[in-house]
Ligand binder design. Structure first.
Ligand SMILES: [Zn+2]
Length: 356
């Protein structure tokens, strides 16, 4: 769990946050902009024994304890699935329950975990002068969990500081939002994000690859970053999965395959990914027909427009398709028959893309 340097656009935000007072921050923005990394860097700087205006020193005992996820004055409150994924320790009882398969790890932040955090804030400090509670993603607190935290958030005992990081601020209780100072996550410029992704992909190859790392082509990285709407941490997920090159290839082939109704282009995808991709395709085809730039695909990968495609009926077909996809997206987590669902998605795509 070594500490890799913060992405440059996050570093700038960290330095700005460190100049401001505040005991409770809400870092808000869409997924993939690095909320959690920024939150952790802020916590690390607050807890550091020798902090600088640029953040934590990275050398002291406190920094080390944060890096190995064992700092006694840092409570990280997240859904159990995410704790397991990111390697943050669970309390003993939870770990026992999960080890003995009594239940599955929870996707929400549990009220029990929030109660533990409240008692954590009331205990005396063990290292320095500050304690930090980090909540991510804060929107995974249901009403009861959020209310458990509310009073402590409002009147934190002693030197307790809070950082809530969210990918959906609108889903938070207004009472939680109003007790935090808001910080809106900054979007990195495309080229800045691409450069960061290039470095990260080389590192990922060195860490994950047993063989010599096969670095990704810049064109593939560009395709991935475009596919996720320019949110670098979302593109990194693909890189860590080891499927980045294949993913970039299928992304480029997808629009024309869908215009042919070729379901094999979707065969490696989970239904939620397929629906997300088709929503992006629908968006881009619409944009191009309306004379704007595509956002998620390369213009040259999109199916050629028939002369009458931007006609009333062609656009009407796209609008209907968009509506259907939005409805499907709400129920797609547990399809009755995934294969059948992909087939029907492909044939619907073909009709919508070819209507004129
Ligand atoms: Zn330090």
């Amino acid at each position: 769990m070594s500490h890799s340097p913060l992405a440059p656009w996050l570093q700038t935000q960290l330095e700005s946050l460190l100049t401001q007072r505040g005991h409770a921050w809400l870092l808000a923005g869409p997924s993939g902009l690095g909320q959690f990394d920024l939150a952790l860097a802020l916590a690390r700087a607050w807890l550091c024994e020798n902090p600088t205006p640029h953040g934590a020193c990275g050398m002291c005992g406190s920094c080390h304890a944060v890096d190995v996820h064992t700092h006694a004055d840092l409570a990280v409150l997240m859904p159990e699935v995410l704790s397991l994924e990111l390697g943050w320790p669970l309390d003993e009882k939870t770990q026992d329950d999960l080890d003995s398969k009594k239940r599955k790890p929870s996707k929400e932040i549990k009220v029990d975990a929030a109660r533990e955090v409240v008692s954590f804030t009331q205990l005396t400090r063990s290292r320095g002068t500050t304690k930090v509670v980090l909540v991510f993603p804060a929107e995974r607190m249901n009403g009861i969990t959020a209310n458990t935290l509310l009073k402590t958030l409002e009147e934190p005992p002693g030197e307790v500081k809070f950082i809530l990081a969210t990918e959906a601020a609108h889903q938070l209780l207004p009472t939680i939002r109003s007790r935090c100072q808001g910080h809106t996550m900054v979007w990195p410029a495309f080229d800045e994000a691409l450069a960061w992704l290039k470095t990260a992909s080389v590192q990922a190859g060195e860490v994950d690859g047993k063989k010599a790392p096969k670095s990704l082509l810049e064109a593939d990285l560009k395709t991935l970053l475009t596919a996720v709407g320019g949110r670098p941490a979302d593109a990194l997920v693909w890189i860590h999965s080891g499927q980045a090159a294949a993913m970039a290839q299928s992304w480029q082939a997808l629009p024309k395959a869908m215009a042919r109704g070729d379901v094999s282009a979707l065969s490696d995808w989970l239904p939620p990914q397929a629906v997300d991709a088709l929503q992006k395709l629908c968006h881009d085809v619409w944009a191009v027909r309306a004379g704007a730039q595509p956002r998620f695909f390369n213009a040259s990968d999109l199916p050629a427009n028939a002369p009458a495609a931007a006609s009333g009926s062609g656009m009407f077909a796209l609008a209907n398709w968009a509506k259907e996809l939005a409805a499907t997206a709400r129920t797609v987590e547990h399809p009755y028959n995934p294969g059948l669902m992909l087939e029907s998605l492909a044939s619907r795509a073909k009709i919508a893309l070819n209507a004129r």
